[in-house]
Structure formats: structure tokens, C-alpha cells
Design a protein around this ligand. Structure first.
Ligand code: BDP
Length: 723
């Protein structure tokens, strides 16, 4: 009897423990694990002995909440937060304006050092005690500083002599959600949209708050809530009330809300007959719409616009151009200090020119004509978020226009949320690329942060990989892409390996035996996916529409540039897209030294070889192999790399929970299977042209080509809905 009761009590406790725990991965990199190492734990406990936070604002409250969540978990004791600086204050968080004079003197900085959003973390050690000061000019700066301090503790950094000043290098650090109003997510592989429009504005899901915390922790300060293939309804009063509720939730975290504006909205929801940007009624409609939005959301960020691209309406429908369209909206937003982010992802069904050239041709002639509050958002490469693309020639080519980066964080072309591919490595490669537009050293990062050409507003956007999955991103390692994107938008010069190191320590473990091999696995994972999907500069050979898996044979789609055969141009003579002067001459859009390098197959980096050149199957690669053999070996290498990732993951089992281990293990099994699928399908298909045997070391395909061609995936996720 007694034993029975004891058992029941035990079950009750176990059940409660379960209930109080969020599912693995929900906490993201803000899991605040207990600091076990005694020396560090005592150092941090001394610093956190008496915490003082000055101020009363909403953001100050957010700071206090985060400290009260994090410190007890990490240090194992309860905390109280003081509102005044006293003798014993050991951690002081206050804006520069509120910081006591004697402390300011000791910091030996002035308020100009950390700008609007930056912060400083400084230790002031006396004989008696150790203090850490977090200060900034704004409360948001303080929030960023607090998050950084907590992150350093999570990473087990020594804080005894900390002296760090950090300011963001880019103004608009933004997530673009491609979320539809029915909660499907275009190119989303992590469940449905976070935004529960049905329950808004009254119901504020805790997820919105945790999402804002995560963004603020890495410095993301802008979000566009809706799909670039926009629905005009988001601009109607009913939805704007809901947007307002989200904007209010995000405001204390320093996040501004943007919306995608459908160019034809004046017709669809305004009752006008035209959306011509030079029509007075249309101009007035957008002005009134902007006024209405700012009445509700005084700090609204502005509009993100996809116009005259892939069938979306735009100014060209009225024989106007991008400048007419963007400036019309910019004028409506300017009195409220809002921005227009106008996307340059355009290619036309009526233009027979190489798709890779079209955005540059359409936009560069307009340099200098856009109003100051217009940013032109350019994808990292000239085609479409491929596993590897050379940098977009528009970077650095419009010196009088703010050019904003658009990266894709969701893995439309990199294995959805099933493949482990660490994207900050890809972002870093693009950011470091030298455009030569103002001479040697004109990197894409310098174009973006305005240091090269002096742009007044700067920005970097990432297409979000977030949905309502328990762990937000589907793949647990997808969280690293969100984290890393935020860190690189804050500072585009950061090392991707260092970012992986931070993320691993915060998310999983500080044990070197875990961090080192897994970091290595992450930084090599990007090359693996390039190898097993698109080696040597191949691109866009994905199956149609959903982009799941290989489809190099697809040739029957209505628009030529939608067909993979357009991109690889394989025939009996060879393979690759000639973009040199003997072909489409896309290389002419790059600065001369870059164009020259790409033009010659001998100087063209081999990773871009087939992007720029059509070469015979027996063309000799740098290592002496023929192109056919080299291509086949790259595919095999990709598969081998995934097998190695599986092995590495098996070795670190002791350092993560059984649940986390199993989850990643299962995903790696899928990745390995799909890597083989890519290798076999592509090699069998290209072999029909090369007519050569597979070289030694390349495994025989499991099936014949007809089998791979017959695979159909009508319900693959992320596809564009048709309503
Ligand atoms: C492509 C996607 C498509 C997007 C488009 C865009 O396949 O879903 O709408 O880009 O960026 O990558 O507008």
C-alpha cells in the first residue's frame, strides 16, 4: 500500500518535470545550462553577486527578465535585481546617460564609441571586488550588451578583464518571412507559419516573444512578416490590427516590422482601376495607406516589394520602370521615415538573354535615380540561391544606390530541412568575394556596410528558415544558420568557424571533445552539398517546382530558363554554360580583373568552371583528370563526406542527449541516402552524353536512369500554393 502511494507520488513528480520542460531544441541557443566548472562558476557568481539595472522602459524590463531567467539556471542560485547603484553593485547595466559619473570616468570611453545600437562590456576591478559594466547609448544597445554578456558566460569565456566595444556594421538586419496568410510558408520546411492570423490580435503566442528574444540576442532588428509573392489583404484594416499586435510585441526587442506590398493593391483592395505609379489617385492611395499604417504602428519599417518578377505585378505593367514604382512608394513612406526595399530578382519571359544577366541589365542603368529611402535588395548570386554561385555582379556596380544583400536561410536548394549544411560558410564566401569595383579589396562586405562607396543606409536580409516546428527550424542544425545569419548581419567580417564555435557551445556543450569535431563537420558540410548536388559550377539542375532532388533531364517547361537543360547545356561535345564573350558574355558585367579571371578556364576558379564555360568531356582539370572523371569523383566525394559526418556524429554521442543524438542521426541517414540519389541520377544522365565509364572509386548506381526520372513528389513541402 505504502509502496503504491510512493510510486504514485513519484509518477506525479516525473510527470510535472516533463510538463515543465520545453521540447529539445525549443530554447535555441538560449538554453542557459548550468556552469559546472567551479572556477568559472565562482567568477560569474562574483560578477552577478549584486546586479543593478537602471531605468524603467519596456526594454529594461526585457533585460531584467532575461537575467532572471539566465543567471539562476547558469549559476544555480536566486537573484534579485537592484534599481540603484550601490557600494556592492557588481554588475551594472545602465545607459551612458544614467551611469554615475565616477563609473563613466573609469570606463575611459565616450558615448560616441558605441553609436545608436552598440554597447560596451567593461570590467572594473578593484582590490575589493570585481565589477562588470554594460553600457550603451540606447536601451536596445543595453539589451544587445546583456545578451552578449550572457552569451560569453554560456561560452565559458573568462570575464575578469573584459573590455569589449561592439557596434553593428549594418543598419537593417532583417529576416524575410515568405509566409502566406493561410500559414503555409513558401520554401518553408519547418512547419507552418509562426503568425497565427486567426487568433491575432488578441492572442499573443509565447512563441512571438521567444522569437523576438532569439532575434535580439543576435542583433536582428527588422522582420518582414509576409511572402514576397504578396497578398494585398495584409494591407487591409483587419490584418493591420494584427500586424500592430506583432509590432508591439517585437518593439521592446528593437525589432521593426515590414510588410510585403503587392503592387496592384490599389486595384485589389482600393477599388481603383489602375496601379500606375504615375497616376494621381494611385499616388494618393499609397500615401493614405502609409498614413493609416503609421497611425497604428509609428515605427513601421516600410515595404518590401517584388515587382515585375515571376508574374508579380509592377510598374512595367503600365510602361513605367522600377524607379517610378519604388520612388512612388518611397515618397509615401518618407514623411514617416519608412523605407522601400525593392527586390532586384527579375528575369523576363520576353527576354531571351541569359537569365544571369537580366537583373544587372535592368537595374544598373538606374543608379542614382532612386530616392534616398529606397534600398535595392539583391540575391547573393545572379541565378537563385544555388549551393554555390559566384557573387552577383550588381554588388559594387551601383555606387549611388544602397544595395542590400538577400541570402536564403531556408534551404530551398540545399536539401530542405533534412540536410546538415552550415550556411554561414556560404555567406562568408560571398561576403569575402572581391568585386574589384573600386580596385582590389572591394569586397561584397564593404559594399554592403557602405564603407566602400559611402551609402547612407545599409542592409542585409535572410529568407527565414523558421516555422512552428518544435525546434523552430526542422533540423536542429538549422538553428545555426539563423544564429549565424544574425551574427554576420551585425558584422559581415566575422569568421564563420568562430560563429559555429559560439553556437555549438551555447546550444550543446563546451566540451572540446564535442566542439572541435562537430565544428569541423559544420564548416565542411557546405562543400559536401556542393559536391553531391552541383559540383564544378553546375547549377539549377533541381527537379521542377519543388526543387526536391535532381532533375537535370527536365526540358519541357514553357519558359526555357525554368528548365535545368538550359543551365547545364550538356551535349556530346561537353557540358557547362558559356558566359564568356564567345557565349552570353555575362562576365562583362563584372569589373575587368574579375571578368578576365572568369573568362579564361585556366584562371577561372574550378568551383565556377561550368558556370562560365562549356567544356569538352576530356578537358583537363588542374589535377590532370578529365572533366568527366573529375565530375564523377566530386559527386562521390560529396557522398563520402556525408558518410564521414555520420561517423563523426556517432563519436560524440556522450556529449548530447539521447534524443538530440537520435534526431540528427536519422537526418544524416536521409542526407546520405539523398546524396547517393543525387550522385547516381546526375552521373547516369550526364553519362548519356559523355559516353564514358565511371572512373575507379565511384560507386555503381543503385538503379537505372529511367528509375530516377520516374520519381515524382507531388506533395513535397514548401511549394508555392496556387489559390
Ligand atoms: C525562388 C523561389 C520562389 C521565390 C523566388 C523569389 O523558388 O519561390 O518566389 O525565388 O525570390 O528562389 O522571388
Amino acid at each position: 500500500m505504502l509502496l503504491n502511494r510512493f510510486f504514485l507520488v513519484l509518477v506525479f513528480f516525473a510527470y510535472n518535470l516533463l510538463l515543465s520542460q520545453t521540447p529539445a531544441g525549443y530554447e535555441l541557443w538560449m538554453d542557459y545550462k548550468k556552469v559546472e566548472m567551479p572556477s568559472l562558476s565562482s567568477q560569474y557568481s562574483n560578477i552577478a553577486n549584486e546586479v543593478t539595472v537602471l531605468g524603467e522602459g519596456e526594454t529594461i524590463q526585457v533585460i531584467k527578465n532575461e537575467l532572471l531567467l539566465a543567471l539562476p539556471q547558469m549559476l544555480g542560485s536566486q537573484f534579485e535585481i537592484k534599481k540603484e547603484v550601490g557600494e556592492k553593485s557588481s554588475m551594472i547595466i545602465a545607459t551612458w546617460a544614467q551611469l554615475p559619473q565616477n563609473i563613466k570616468k573609469q570606463i575611459e570611453l565616450d558615448d560616441e564609441s558605441f553609436g545608436n545600437e552598440g554597447f560596451t562590456l567593461k570590467s572594473l576591478n578593484t582590490k575589493k571586488a570585481q565589477k562588470v559594466i554594460v553600457t550603451a547609448n540606447s536601451e536596445i544597445g543595453l539589451l544587445y550588451g546583456t545578451f552578449r554578456l550572457l552569451a560569453l558566460m554560456q561560452q565559458h569565456s573568462d570575464l575578469t578583464n573584459i573590455n569589449l566595444v561592439d557596434t553593428p556594421k549594418i543598419d537593417i538586419r532583417m529576416l524575410n518571412h515568405w509566409d502566406n496568410l493561410d500559414r503555409t510558408v513558401e520554401r518553408g520546411y519547418a512547419g507552418f507559419s509562426l503568425w497565427n492570423w486567426q487568433k491575432l490580435p488578441e492572442f499573443i503566442d509565447q512563441r512571438y516573444v521567444d522569437y523576438a528574444r532569439a532575434n535580439a540576442s543576435v542583433g536582428i532588428n527588422a522582420v518582414s512578416l509576409t511572402n514576397v509573392n504578396a497578398n494585398a489583404l495584409i494591407l487591409t484594416p483587419m490584418y493591420l490590427e494584427k500586424v500592430k499586435a506583432l509590432a508591439e510585441t517585437f518593439r521592446p526587442y528593437g525589432i521593426k516590422v515590414y510588410l510585403t506590398a503587392r503592387f496592384s493593391a490599389p486595384i485589389e483592395i482600393g477599388g481603383l482601376e489602375s496601379a500606375d505609379p504615375l497616376n494621381q489617385k494611385v499616388i494618393e492611395w499609397w500615401q493614405a495607406k502609409a498614413d493609416e499604417i503609421y497611425d497604428l504602428i509609428p515605427d513601421f519599417g516600410g515595404f518590401l516589394v517584388k515587382a515585375n518578377s515571376e508574374g508579380q505585378p509592377g510598374p512595367q505593367n503600365y510602361d513605367r520602370n522600377h524607379v517610378d514604382g519604388a520612388n512612388m512608394m518611397a515618397k509615401a513612406l518618407a514623411p514617416h521615415k519608412g523605407n522601400v526595399i525593392w527586390r532586384a530578382f527579375v528575369y523576363s519571359e520576353h527576354d531571351a538573354d541569359d537569365r544571369a544577366k537580366q537583373a544587372y541589365s535592368e537595374f544598373v542603368p538606374y543608379d542614382g535615380q532612386f530616392l534616398p529611402n529606397v534600398l535595392v535588395q539583391v540575391k547573393n548570386g545572379a541565378i537563385d540561391f544555388q549551393p554555390r554561385e559566384p557573387f552577383h555582379p550588381m554588388f559594387g556596380a551601383m555606387s549611388k544606390t544602397p544595395i542590400m544583400m538577400e541570402f536564403q536561410i531556408t534551404k530551398e536548394y540545399l536539401g530542405f530541412s533534412t540536410h546538415l549544411v552550415y550556411l554561414p560558410k556560404l555567406y562568408e564566401e560571398v561576403l569575402e568575394a572581391d568585386t574589384y569595383q573600386e580596385g582590389k579589396g572591394s569586397t561584397v562586405a564593404k559594399v554592403l556596410d557602405g564603407s566602400l562607396q559611402g551609402q547612407q543606409i545599409t542592409g542585409m536580409a535572410g529568407v527565414a528558415n523558421i516555422g512552428n516546428d518544435l525546434n523552430w527550424t526542422g533540423h536542429p542544425f538549422g538553428q545555426a544558420d539563423w544564429y549565424g545569419f544574425g551574427r554576420q548581419a551585425w558584422n559581415p567580417y566575422l569568421d564563420s568557424e568562430k560563429i559555429a564555435d559560439e553556437w555549438l557551445r551555447m546550444t550543446f556543450s563546451n566540451d572540446e571533445k564535442f566542439v572541435e569535431p562537430i565544428k569541423e563537420m559544420m564548416v565542411t558540410s557546405r562543400e559536401a552539398v556542393v559536391n553531391y548536388m552541383n559540383p564544378l559550377g553546375l547549377h539549377h539542375i533541381f527537379d521542377t517546382g519543388h526543387h526536391y532532388g535532381p532533375g537535370p533531364w527536365v526540358s519541357e517547361l514553357s519558359r526555357p530558363e525554368w528548365n535545368p537543360v538550359y543551365y547545364h547545356q550538356a551535349d556530346e561535345n561537353g557540358i557547362g554554360f558559356d558566359r564568356t564573350p564567345s557565349g552570353s558574355n555575362a562576365t562583362a558585367q563584372y569589373a575587368q580583373p574579375v571578368a578576365e579571371m572568369f573568362n579564361d578556364p585556366k584562371t577561372c576558379p574550378e568551383e565556377y568552371l561550368l558556370w562560365f564555360h562549356h567544356l569538352p568531356w576530356d578537358y583537363q582539370l588542374k589535377n590532370g583528370e578529365t572533366l568527366w572523371n573529375g565530375l564523377a569523383r566530386k559527386y562521390q566525394e560529396g557522398v563520402n563526406q556525408v558518410a564521414k559526418m555520420q561517423k563523426t556524429w556517432n563519436q560524440i554521442k556522450p556529449y548530447v542527449s539521447a534524443e538530440q543524438h537520435k534526431e540528427v542521426n536519422m537526418l544524416l541517414t536521409i542526407q546520405h541516402k539523398e546524396a547517393k540519389w543525387w550522385r547516381d541520377a546526375c552521373l547516369l544522365y550526364f553519362q548519356t552524353f559523355s559516353k564514358q565509364e565511371l572512373p575507379v572509386g565511384v560507386e555503381k548506381p543503385e538503379h537505372d536512369l529511367e528509375y530516377y526520372k520516374s520519381l515524382k513528389f507531388p506533395f513535397a513541402p514548401g511549394i508555392r500554393p496556387r489559390w
